[in-house]
Design a protein around this ligand. Structure first.
Ligand SMILES: NC(N)=O
Length: 670
């Protein structure tokens, strides 16, 4: 086949989706913002609406938001490529990594909420506990983490878009974040819950369609024939480290290394980005999301193996090159083979949706670093809200363009999705233990917290490069993205930083000095210093009543138990008995794949259906407000649903903090 026939869609389709849909979302967000501002402008209604939303949309919408923000383009692109390379175990190990992160994050987040009730970002509590030097180092680590993960996503997504449309990779690299920038700055984050939901709806429905199409198309007509073609294809493969070299064995050394490297990297990522993000529904979303990499990676990764030698595969009669596999083309090629142009359109949408929602979250994380941790802390401590917001908007724009330029430079330097995926953990893991200890361990000293990540980073890089050289005799792109050096690097980065920690004794009450979110009614706007100037810690009281604290401590214990169960099930009880000399039989394979597909539909129920059921009152209220505005009957006070109790001051404050946490500092927190 000519290279022309590899590309199913026109460049116009690529530009249409990347620019057009970005614009549609941007405009949509402006309209939603207008709607929110118009009806929820008055303070009581504003907070009340958020309260109502918090109370009645909580679990369902949060689960949906978790699925949406955790749904990375790399989760489907990279897992499919690794499933193709290492067989049936690889997607499972990736999935095992994603659920445990969410569970552990929940535990950490509850602790953070109890110990730092007014905290907004992890960086501000680092500064409060360890001082300026640590703050600056952690700013750098947090920025590097966001930059590298956003670059990995852009590289993966731009590669897929190029393979589907023929659009130049530099164009997709620059235009992808452009849409996100417009959407993030224009929409602000008050409306995120809505965009999260729309993204999830579209992506989940298309993924369900694509995974079913993989099992039921003209070349694979069902689960039984899927197994048959895989057994045939297995005769042409001999995967080193797999039992009998089989794609159908769970005993796969490379798969488990893939799972480990990915899990270390992911844990560090969520830690930097989401410590204060916990809300009800987090666990549910985490469990539901397990299906996405598992089902998509298993079906499409294995289908690529099954179909690669058939005439319907885009590269036929040749096999995929290492460059294509590592750039993430396995997924688009497989989708083209099983679903043609329609499938290509569907995948284009999925990749765009995934990359916009996650990149948007990372742009906000970086904007909060610059506006909150740098600008308001060091440059203009007396900054007013509007100045902080302006800085955060500019940061989104500048960082978006910078990340595109960085991704372009990496692309021309020969770096691809696979290299980034394996390399990431070594760089972002050194802060993991010191950061978790900041919230969990009162004995971590300031010098340890300051130096340990740097020593961990240096040790990790040394071990990564040293082992890459030792294993292959050279330092090249291929040798430095090899699995073992990356695993050694990640392990060293992660655990050496824990060893470098030396004990101290910290008084948790210091964290209570962080002042609460200022709202517009605060008369004193002369200073925005978020730390109360109180010398005697005995005079500091916790803002939550004892009953609430007791409830939260109970929640932390429950979350810890639940995390242990999830960890045991997904890393031990389920996979390890399968790690033996066994090749999946037909019925076991059919059951395995069917369960992954059923789980995907469970994820749709959780992320798409449940939020609507859960939030029906808020939806009804929003539609009533909208209808009344159209018919000129806007009377906010009278539209309060009957029997709806007014939020208590504590609830209102909680709502304000929650909005602030959600939005970084992109918007006013009132
Ligand atoms: N969110 C992930 N790792 O898919």
């Amino acid at each position: 086949m000519s290279s022309e026939s590899l590309v199913p869609l026109s460049q116009g389709a690529g530009y249409g989706v990347v620019v057009g849909i970005g614009l549609v979302f941007g405009i949509g967000m402006v309209l939603v913002n207008r709607f929110l501002e118009r009806y929820l402008n008055e303070k009581s209604d504003h907070t009340e609406m958020f309260m109502v939303a918090n109370r009645s949309v909580g679990t369902g919408l949060t689960a949906s938001a978790v699925v949406s923000s955790w749904m990375w383009a790399t989760a489907i692109i990279w897992t499919t490529a690794q499933g193709y390379l290492y067989g049936i175990a690889a997607p499972f190990w990736y999935a095992a990594g994603v659920s445990i992160q969410i569970a552990l994050m929940t535990v950490l987040a509850i602790h953070a909420k109890v110990k730092v009730p007014n905290g907004h970002t992890v960086l501000e509590i680092v500064r409060l506990r360890y001082g300026t030097a640590a703050h600056i180092i952690y700013i750098f680590l947090c920025f590097a983490t966001n930059l590298l993960s956003v670059t990995a996503m852009i590289l993966g997504a731009a590669g897929v878009i190029t393979s589907l449309t023929g659009m130049h990779i530099v164009a997709s690299t620059f235009l992808l974040p452009l849409g996100v920038i417009v959407y993030t700055v224009a929409g602000g984050l008050k409306a995120t819950f809505l965009t999260d939901y729309v993204h999830t709806l579209i992506v989940m429905v298309i993924l369900a369609f694509l995974t079913i199409k993989v099992i039921n198309n003209s070349a694979i007509t069902g689960l039984s024939s899927f197994y048959d073609v895989l057994v045939e294809a297995d005769k042409t493969r001999d995967i080193p480290g797999n039992y009998k070299g089989s794609i159908l064995s769970f005993k796969s050394k490379s798969s488990i290394i893939f799972g480990l490297v990915h899990s270390f990297g992911d844990f560090a990522l969520v830690l930097w980005i989401r410590v204060f993000g916990r809300r009800p529904g987090y666990m549910l979303g985490g469990i539901a999301y397990f299906a996405v990499p598992w089902a998509v990676g298993t079906t499409t990764g294995l289908a690529a193996i099954a179909l690669e030698r058939s005439p319907i595969f885009p590269t036929y009669p040749r096999l995929m090159t290492t460059e294509e596999i590592n750039a993430g083309y396995v997924l688009p090629y497989t989708v083209m083979a099983i679903a043609g142009k329609g499938g290509a359109w569907a995948l284009l949408l999925v990749v765009f949706m995934c990359v916009t929602s996650t990149t948007s979250a990372e742009l906000i994380a970086v904007s909060s670093i610059f506006s909150f941790d740098i600008y308001r802390t060091y440059i203009n401590p007396k900054a007013q809200d509007h100045q902080v917001i302006r800085v955060s908007h500019w940061t989104v724009i500048v960082f978006g363009v910078f990340a595109s330029a960085f991704a372009t430079a990496l692309h021309y330097g020969g770096i691809d999705l696979n290299w980034m995926g394996y390399f990431l953990a070594t760089i972002i893991c050194p802060g993991m233990f010191p950061l978790a200890f900041t919230i969990l361990w009162k004995k971590q000293s300031a010098p340890a917290a300051t130096i340990a990540p740097l020593l961990g980073l240096a040790s990790g890089i040394a071990v990564w490069l040293g082992t890459a050289y030792a294993y292959s005799g050279e330092l090249s792109i291929l040798s430095t993205e090899a699995q073992l050096p990356c695993l050694w690097g990640a392990l060293t980065s992660t655990f050496s930083s824990a060893i470098y920690s030396i004990p101290d004794d910290f008084d948790w009450r210091v964290f209570l000095l962080l002042s609460e979110v200022k709202d517009e009614s605060d008369e004193d706007t002369s200073t925005n210093s978020p730390v109360k100037d109180i010398k005697d810690l005995n005079s500091v009281t916790h803002p939550y009543p004892p009953q609430e604290l007791k409830r939260m401590n109970r929640a932390a214990t429950l979350a810890a138990i639940f995390s242990a169960i999830i960890g045991l099930v997904t890393w031990v009880v389920w996979p390890l008995p399968l790690y033996r000399d066994y090749i999946f039989g037909k019925s076991f394979f059919m059951g395995w794949t069917a369960v992954s597909e059923i789980w995907l539909f469970f994820c749709i129920l959780v992320a798409v259906v449940y939020p609507v059921v859960d939030g029906r009152k808020v939806l009804a209220r929003a539609f009533t407000l909208f209808y009344q505005s159209l018919s000129g009957k806007k009377d906010l006070q009278s539209t309060s649903p009957q029997g709806e109790t007014s939020p208590s001051p504590a609830e209102v404050k909680e709502a304000a903090v929650s909005v602030q946490n959600r939005s970084g500092v992109l918007e006013k927190s009132d």
